[in-house]
Design a protein around this ligand. Structure first.
Ligand code: PGA
Length: 249
């Protein structure tokens, strides 16, 4: 009933030549499956490589500004992404929230701008270890989901996806257990249902944080986990293809 999404977040990795080499190895290794979407989020500079050589593989940007144009040095607008064939945009990754001061309010402006341009926002949410240890993790994630989706309406909500990424699991080698992933992805969906109604049942909620070919199977089989957002392990073409195969299977 819900599609699964396996997404590669390359962060600030890969030159254009490296992106090309990835596609040359990844595309032949990828077996298309009904109901499974694969998306690559390269750095801005490699988006044009995707446009030229991704051969139908979906790709997106890791961020974009909410304004159409203006005096925002260093920023890129949603419309500029559309011109590069981009269909997806990551919003509110924890690295952007933690290192670049992104707020829930700013994320919402980006979500509205993305939807306005026909882009599919993938909104990242998740708690710190301290928040989990002090039992504040459900409240933290609920606040992020509400800020992203309150009053959005069914027609726009259906274009979205969420990625639950506990900050303590990102790049640490310590993934959430399948029970933790299931519990929080179900929570994201419950809060989303309060915001936008039953369309929430059709919105993919992914897990992210130290996903590898060896651990994705049990996580992706959970009822409310609809795929994965993968950082480090997505840089290797064969490894990411194995994550898609093991997670979709
Ligand atoms: P990781 O990163 O897979 O390297 O933990 C995930 C992410 O930040 O999206």
């Amino acid at each position: 009933m819900r599609k699964k999404i396996f997404a590669a977040n390359w962060k600030m990795h890969k030159t254009r030549a490296e992106a090309r080499a990835f596609l040359a190895a990844f595309l032949p290794a990828l077996k298309p499956r009904e109901g499974v979407e694969v998306v690559v989020f390269p750095p801005f500079t490699a988006l044009a490589v995707m446009q030229e050589e991704a051969k139908g593989l979906a790709y997106g940007a890791q961020d974009a500004h909410w304004e159409d144009k203006g005096a925002f040095t260093g920023e890129v607008s949603m419309g500029m992404l559309v011109e590069l064939g981009v269909k997806h945009v990551l919003i509110g990754h924890s690295e952007r929230r933690q290192m670049f001061g992104e707020t829930d309010e700013g994320c919402r402006k980006k979500i509205d701008a993305a939807l306005g341009k026909g882009l599919a926002p993938m909104v990242c949410v998740g708690e710190t270890l301290q928040e989990r240890d002090s039992h504040g993790h459900f409240a933290k994630v609920a606040k992020q989901v509400r800020a992203a989706a309150e009053g959005l309406g069914e027609a726009r909500a259906i274009a979205m996806s969420f990625a639950y990424e506990p900050i303590w699991a990102i790049g640490t080698g310590r993934n959430a257990t399948e029970a933790q992933a299931q519990e929080m992805c179900a929570h994201v969906r419950k809060v989303l249902r309060e915001c936008v109604g039953s369309v929430a049942d059709r919105v993919p909620v992914l897990y992210g944080g130290s996903v590898k070919p060896e651990n994705i199977g049990p996580i992706a089989r959970q009822a409310d986990v609809d795929g994965a957002l993968v950082g480090g392990a997505s840089l290797d073409a064969k490894g990411f293809a194995a994550i898609v195969a093991n997670g979709a299977g």
